[in-house]
Design a protein around this ligand. Structure first.
Ligand code: HH2
Length: 261
């Protein structure tokens, strides 16, 4: 899954793809590099970020979805939003998947919308909200708590009519978590894979990678990111939300070949 942030303030590519043509060209390049899905987001959820209005979010993402599909009609587009209104117009514009970082808690209408749309939905774990989530996050047992949360959200989604086959879970790397929490989640990822749903991991260029590798600049965190992708693949993850598609696809091709040998 290639990341396309149509925002002025995303932590590693903010402001780069606000222009529709640039955004569509970036999506096309990621598809050429082997991305299966393009995740389009119109609101940054980086630590400390403020929400934008639904109108602003829709005004950013819908023209970009249309521009991508005009160029690449077969592209699978995921809409990164927790708002049902945004998801609805994005789906009308051709998005085929919803990525909800609040796991259907952010908007009471989202569960019904994805159930009726019959599309895949990513349910992600987050402790707190983006504005404050990195202020001293605490867990007794991070892996157990994230796993229990995701199990509960999957049950909620199913009770709201979402087809279990359409549920994807995500531990929410960096969302209310210290470096140690992120490392523990990656180390014990199989505990979450055991819930029986496809698992998405979004570790790309995040702060904890920099804290291990020493790369201050987010764009310099590609090698560390690739390591997380391979480790997560080994533990059973199947979707990787990344900025650097080619590097991650090549690493996955090697990991897959070794697994098959
Ligand atoms: N991470 C970010 C945004 N959306 N969605 C899922 N499912 N999983 C993630 O880990 C995830 C996500 C944050 O990264 P990014 O989009 O690069 O930055 P920003 O939130 O600043 O736009």
């Amino acid at each position: 899954m290639g990341i396309l942030n149509v925002t002025p303030d995303s932590f590693s590519d903010g402001g780069e793809f606000l222009d529709q043509e640039k955004a569509a060209a970036r999506a096309s390049a990621m598809l050429d590099e082997g991305a299966h899905v393009i995740d389009v987001g119109g609101e940054s959820t980086r630590p400390g970020s403020d929400p934008v209005s639904p109108e602003e979010e829709i005004g950013r993402v819908v023209p970009v979805i249309q521009a991508i599909l005009a160029e690449r009609p077969d592209a699978v587009i995921s809409i990164d939003t927790y708002r049902a209104q945004t998801a609805e117009v994005a789906i009308e514009a051709g998005a085929r998947m919803v990525n909800d970082v609040t796991a259907l808690r952010g908007d009471g209408r989202m569960a019904k919308l994805v159930a009726e749309a019959g599309c895949p939905v990513v349910l992600m774990h987050m402790l707190g909200e983006p504005k404050t989530m990195q202020r001293d996050p605490r867990y007794n047992d991070v892996v157990r708590e994230v796993r229990d949360f995701l199990r509960e959200r999957a049950e909620y989604a199913i009770s709201a009519g979402v087809d279990p086959e359409n549920i994807v879970l995500d531990p929410g790397i960096g969302f209310g978590k210290t470096t140690e929490h992120n490392l523990a989640l990656l180390h014990y990822l199989d505990a979450i894979v055991d819930l029986g749903f496809p698992l998405l991991v979004g570790a790309s260029r995040k702060g904890f990678v920099g804290s291990i590798t020493g790369s201050q600049d987010a764009r310099e965190r590609v090698f560390g990111t690739v390591a997380t992708t391979v480790l997560a693949y080994e533990r059973g993850a199947t979707l990787f939300r990344v900025h650097d598609v080619r590097a991650n696809r090549e690493a996955l091709a090697m990991a897959e070949a070794v697994r098959r040998a």
